[in-house]
Ligand binder design. Structure first.
Ligand code: 13P
Length: 252
C-alpha cells in the first residue's frame, strides 16, 4: 500500500515570517491526519525557521532544490543536500520544470541532484513533465520516459524506492488547466512501467508518483481515485494554509 503524499511547493513566495505563520496554521488544520504525508517546501532562507515551527507536527519540510555537489565546497550560491538536512529538511524537489526551463537543468543535472539528496539521507522529489508543444506533437510519452530514465540513471533499486516522482505537465502548471485524471493516470502508468524496466516491478509498485499542475481542493479527490496517482505536488493552492489543508484533507 503506497502512502499518499500531499506536498506544497511555495516557489519564490513568502517572507520568513509569512512562511512560519503559514506552516503553524497548516499544522493546526491538518493535526490528526496520519494516513498521508504532508510536506511544504519553503525557500532556502525560510527553511530552517519553518522546520523549527513544524517540529512535533505532522508536516515535513522539503527544499525546492539542492546542489549537485555533496557536502561542502567552493560553489558560490549553492546549498548542499547535507546542509538542507541539517536545517531540518527531509525531502528536496529536484528537476522542477521551472528549473529545467529557466535555469537550464538537464536530466544529467537532475540525476546528480537526486544522487546528492539520497547521499545526504533526503528523499528526492524528482519532477518530470512534457511541454505543451511535446503533447501537441504526440511526443509527451517519449519525453517523459526519457526524463525518467535520465533523472534516475544509475540509482539502485533501494535508492529508487526511497525516491518520489512528480509528474507535472508544464501546460498545467499555474494555468488553471489541470490534466484530466485520465490523462494523468495514463502518464503515471507509463512512468511506473518505465521504472519497472529500470529497476524491477517490486520497486515500481512501491514508488510514489505525485501529480502536479493546477491541483485544487475541487479536483484532488478525482485525481486520487486513479490507481497510479499517489498524491499531489501543489503550487498556487498551497500558499494559503486553509486552501492547502482542504487539499490535504481530501476524502475526509
Ligand atoms: P500550480 O499548482 O500553481 O499549477 O503549480 C504546480 C507546481 O509547479 C508545483 O510544483
Amino acid at each position: 500500500m503506497r502512502r499518499p503524499v500531499i506536498a506544497g511547493n511555495w516557489k519564490m513566495f513568502k517572507t520568513v515570517d509569512e512562511a512560519v505563520e503559514t506552516v503553524a496554521s497548516l499544522a493546526t488544520l491538518v493535526d490528526g491526519v496520519s494516513d498521508r504525508e504532508v510536506i511544504v517546501a519553503p525557500t532556502f532562507v525560510g527553511l530552517a525557521a519553518v522546520a523549527r515551527a513544524a517540529r512535533g507536527t505532522n508536516v515535513s519540510i522539503a527544499a525546492q532544490d539542492c546542489a549537485p555537489e555533496p557536502g561542502q565546497g567552493a560553489f558560490t550560491g549553492e546549498v548542499s543536500a547535507e546542509m538542507l538536512a541539517d536545517a531540518g529538511a527531509t525531502h528536496v524537489i529536484v528537476g522542477h520544470s521551472e528549473r529545467r526551463q529557466f535555469f537550464g537543468e538537464t536530466d544529467d543535472t537532475v540525476n546528480a541532484k537526486a544522487k546528492a539528496a539520497l547521499g545526504a539521507g533526503l528523499t528526492p522529489i524528482v519532477c518530470v513533465g512534457e511541454q505543451l508543444s511535446d503533447r501537441d506533437a504526440g511526443r509527451a510519452e517519449v519525453v517523459v520516459e526519457g526524463q525518467i530514465c535520465g533523472s534516475l540513471s544509475g540509482l539502485t533499486a533501494e535508492e529508487v524506492v526511497r525516491t518520489i516522482v512528480a509528474y507535472e505537465p508544464v501546460w498545467a502548471i499555474g494555468t488553471g488547466r489541470s490534466a484530466t485524471p485520465e490523462i494523468a493516470q495514463q502518464m503515471h502508468r507509463l512512468i511506473r512501467e518505465t521504472i519497472a524496466k529500470l529497476v524491477g516491478a517490486d520497486v515500481s509498485e512501491a514508488i510514489r508518483i505525485l501529480y502536479g499542475g493546477s491541483v485544487k481542493a475541487e479536483n484532488i479527490s478525482a485525481l486520487m481515485k486513479e490507481p497510479d496517482i499517489d498524491g499531489g505536488l501543489v503550487g498556487g493552492a498551497s500558499l494559503d494554509a486553509e486552501s492547502f489543508a482542504r487539499i490535504v484533507r481530501y476524502g475526509y
